[in-house]
Design a protein around this ligand. Sequence first.
Ligand code: PSU
Ligand code: MN
Length: 304
Amino acid sequence: MPQVPELSRAVREALDAGRPVVALESTIISHGLPRPGNLGAARSFEALLADSGVTPATIAVIDGVPKAGLSDAELERIALDASVIKVSSRDLGLAMAAKRTAGTTVAATSVLAARAGIRVFATGGLGGVHRGFAETPDESADLSVLSRTPVTVVSAGVKSILDIPATLERLETLGVAVVGYRTNRFPAFYLTDSGQDLDWRLDSPDEVAAVMAARDALGDTSALLVANPLPADKQLDPAVHDRALDGALRAAESAGVRGKAVTPYLLAHMQRVTAGASVAVNLDVARGNITLAGQVARAWSARA
Ligand code: PSU
Ligand code: MN
């Protein structure tokens, strides 16, 4: 079997030369953002990196082949083809053997990035522990996979649709390091501040790279989560947010949505009832994280 994931030429050359590379996930494109604007978003995510001299490595499964670095035609398939499925890490081997085309979640993207030797990864917001866990124990595989995958993930905390205090407890149990970027509070994706305090804060990309080096020296094989909040003037209006989320949670409950459909269902509901305001905020969240991830990747490659 060829190398997994298959690297695009640009990604392979950048990695070989020790130049900065940032992995990007693709479930945000296939299942997080609405078609057809998601294609332009995916292209703009890559351009943000390329414009600052960082090689983007969007990760996805194309006809059963896990890839890091997509052609524009492949990016278009992930964005526009409605038969594209969502895969977490456990699904990767199944999607490969079945020759499926898939967007990769944070869990699946982290596994593939780590195998490729890509150290820094940007997403919008991580999965986590869902509300109502006591009745339906829904916890994203993102958390347990990050406990055993050595990658630095830049994320605006976890999605506010989740139970954030419970998610932070799980991250602690699982041994995932969590730092606030220029903040002592954990962000909440659409919202700047979840109200939850963090023990650690870092204020520059160089400081993040120094922590990565220290963790390597330790042989630490878990992830470092860099929680990067949206500026307060760019967050979703909290009143609009709370109303939309309340409706989304009730709709999901009465529709009996389960499993991996839950997160896309809640995000799509938020998009409808906020008339697209949540999409604009989601894009700002992703762009902010990708920009910071690019800076961290540059600081990391400058150390070598
Ligand atoms: N961030 C976004 N939009 C998304 C996601 C993250 O801005 O759609 C995706 C990520 O791929 C994440 C997934 O891993 O949602 C979580 O899904 P689940 O709760 O089923 O694990
Ligand atoms: Mn789930």
